[in-house]
Each structure stands twice: as structure tokens, then as C-alpha cells.
Design a protein around this ligand. Structure first.
Ligand SMILES: Cc1cc2nc3c(=O)[nH]c(=O)nc-3n(C[C@H](O)[C@H](O)[C@H](O)COP(=O)(O)OP(=O)(O)OC[C@H]3O[C@@H](n4cnc5c(N)ncnc54)[C@H](O)[C@@H]3O)c2cc1C
Length: 301
């Protein structure tokens, strides 16, 4: 196995162009498991560790004043929790639930997207926030892939063989966001299922993300449409009224109905459907209470 060690982004793209089958390695918390268990034996490993910009984040501001975090693909979860809790509360909450401190020190959102597991914890939060994945190849240059189009199948994504993820562009939260996960314990656990909700008061919309309850991470689109209409009809964005229990219940039912889960060792399909409904109702209550009390971002719970 050859170990490629580019020192810059340009060198990394050149290496990927020369060896499209080379497996990129960022934190290595997925790649090394696969190699150690002999599930994968690539001819080339492409180490991204010396490409400094991948481990950095910046805040971009558009002319209209919209602020977006440009999150380098290799920024570890620990850094997201420490530095981006206010800007990206949903992703920071999700980062908290990944594995253990050791894995969070190495593991990255770029790696989570690269693996594209239906159970990846960053994915529901990214779907709820709404973001774009910046992918680049030496031959065709850079493109932005909307997160809604990124997951194409079980552990499959929209990247071409010669592309690398450079960054993820995530709008700064304009309202409360939540992430909640069901597992057999609090740490070192792959999600039985997960749910993320983001309120977007500026556009008066909500977005959702569901993990581990379908072949890919998905949004609960019918639940979003229902809640958007109910909040608008009730004038809730302006009058700050509580969400009626019947609305929360219908939202939960529709979120549950969006799932297409399987039975496996971690849980049955029926349990996953039920649990997603519970998480949807809870996260709605937490987010809406935070919105009514004027908290821009929901605190970590
Ligand atoms: C003990 C343990 C517990 C875990 N628990 C969780 C958990 O609770 N939740 C969870 O979501 N995950 C968990 N994981 C999985 C893993 O930690 C995450 O998926 C993590 O986000 C991977 O990031 P990484 O930087 O280590 O990726 P790597 O292992 O370096 O790479 C992962 C994949 O992404 C590709 N890749 C990496 N960077 C790029 C790039 N810039 N462009 C294109 N492709 C790229 C790689 O080729 C590979 O296919 C766990 C892993 C272990 C070992």
C-alpha cells in the first residue's frame, strides 16, 4: 500500500487525479477500522493531514449580510463543540454524541460525509441547517453539492472518483436548533435513530433531518410542510404562542411516517419509527420554547 502525503490542496487534487482509487484519510476513524478489519485494502492511501486549510473554519458574509460558516472538511468534532456552538448549535449537539473524546479529537464532518453512513451523526444536523458540500477535482474544478442531493444510497454519496471534499458551507443559525439520538448508552454508540430540527425564523420555515431510519439520511418533508403551514396559520412566528399538542402530535406522526427503516441488531424498524416520532415531538418542544423565550440557539441539553 502506497501512502501519498500531499502538502497542499493542489497537491492533494493532483494525487487524486493521478490515482482516482486512492482512499483519502482525514481523522482515520472510519478508514483505519476498515483497514484493520481487512474490509478494505486500497493500493493508495491519500493522507490529508498536511493540508492545513482543511482543519480550519472561517465565517463568510454575503452582501446581503447572510453569514455562513465555511467548515474545512477535516475540522474535528472537538473543535466544532468548542468554537461553533453558537453559530452551528445543531451540529455542535450532534458532535457531542459522536463516540468518545478520542474519536471526537480525530473524526471530522468531511469524513462523516465521505463514509455517508445512514447513521452518521453529522448528517441530520446538516440536513436541518441546510448546507452545501464543496467538492473539487483537478480536471473540473470546484462545485457545490446541496446537502439534499449528497446522499445517493447506503454509504454512497454524490462525489466523483477524482473529487475531494474541501469544505462544507453551513448558514449560521438564525433560530434554535436541536439534535437528539437514541442509543443503548450515552457514549461510544452508533445511533439506533436520530432526529434534528432547525427553526429558521428569517424565512419562517423549519427543516428536519433523520438519521439511521432509512437507507440514507433524509428530511421529513411532509412533517416540515405541515408544521410550516400550522405555524403560519396560527401567526406563531409573531405571537410566540405555544405549539398546540395536536400540532406537535401530527408533526411527530408525519416524521415517523417519513422513515423507511430496517430491523437490525440495534433496533427493530417498528421501534425506530416510534422513536423518531418521539424525538420529533421533543425537539419541536425544545426548539419552540427556546424561540418563544427569545433564545437564538437552543442550549445543549
Ligand atoms: C469507536 C468508534 C465510534 C464511532 N462512533 C460514531 C458515532 O457515534 N457517530 C458517528 O457519526 N460516527 C461514529 N464513528 C465513525 C467515525 O468516527 C465518523 O464517521 C467520523 O466522522 C469519520 O471522520 P474521519 O475524519 O475520521 O474520517 P476518515 O476515517 O478519515 O474517512 C472516512 C471516509 O471519508 C473519506 N474522506 C475523508 N476526508 C475526505 C475528503 N476531504 N474528501 C473526500 N473523502 C474524504 C475517506 O476516504 C473515507 O471513505 C465511530 C468510529 C469509531 C472507530
Amino acid at each position: 500500500m502506497d501512502f501519498l502525503r500531499p502538502a497542499s490542496w493542489e497537491e492533494a487534487l493532483a494525487a487524486k487525479a493521478a490515482h482516482p482509487q486512492a482512499v483519502p484519510i482525514a481523522g482515520g476513524t472510519d478508514v483505519m477500522v476498515e483497514i484493520n478489519f481487512d474490509h478494505r485494502r486500497p493500493d493508495h492511501l491519500l493522507d490529508l493531514g498536511r493540508v492545513g486549510e482543511l482543519a480550519e473554519w472561517t465565517m463568510d458574509e454575503s452582501e446581503g449580510g447572510e453569514r455562513t460558516v465555511r467548515l474545512g472538511a477535516s475540522v474535528p468534532y472537538t473543535q466544532i463543540m468548542a468554537e461553533l456552538r453558537g453559530e452551528l448549535p445543531g451540529l455542535a449537539l450532534a458532535s457531542h454524541t459522536v463516540a468518545s473524546p478520542q474519536i471526537r479529537n480525530r473524526g471530522s464532518v468531511g469524513g462523516n460525509l465521505g463514509t455517508a453512513s445512514p447513521a452518521g451523526d453529522a448528517h441530520p444536523a446538516l440536513l436541518a441547517a441546510g448546507c452545501e458540500v464543496e467538492a473539487e477535482s483537478r480536471a473540473r474544478g470546484s462545485r457545490r453539492i446541496p446537502i439534499d442531493a449528497f446522499f445517493t444510497g447506503v454509504k454512497r454519496n454524490a462525489l466523483k472518483p477524482d473529487e475531494l471534499i474541501r469544505a462544507v458551507h453551513i448558514p449560521q443559525a438564525d433560530g434554535p436548533q436541536q439534535f437528539s439520538k437514541v442509543g443503548t448508552r450515552n457514549a461510544m454508540v452508533i445511533a439506533v435513530c436520530a432526529f434534528s430540527l432547525a427553526l429558521h425564523p428569517e424565512s419562517r420555515t423549519v427543516r428536519t433531518g433523520i438519521g439511521s431510519a432509512a437507507p440514507t439520511p433524509i428530511r421529513a418533508l411532509a412533517a416540515e410542510d405541515f408544521l410550516n403551514a400550522a405555524l403560519e396559520e396560527g401567526g406563531c412566528w409573531d405571537n410566540g404562542k405555544a405549539v398546540a399538542p395536536s400540532v406537535a402530535e401530527e408533526f411527530a406522526q408525519l416524521a415517523s411516517g417519513a422513515c423507511d427503516p430496517i430491523d437490525d441488531v440495534r433496533g427493530s424498524a417498528a421501534y425506530r419509527r416510534h422513536a423518531v416520532g418521539v424525538l420529533a415531538r421533543r425537539t419541536l418542544t425544545w426548539c419552540w420554547d427556546a424561540y418563544r423565550s427569545g433564545v437564538r440557539s437552543a442550549p445543549c441539553v
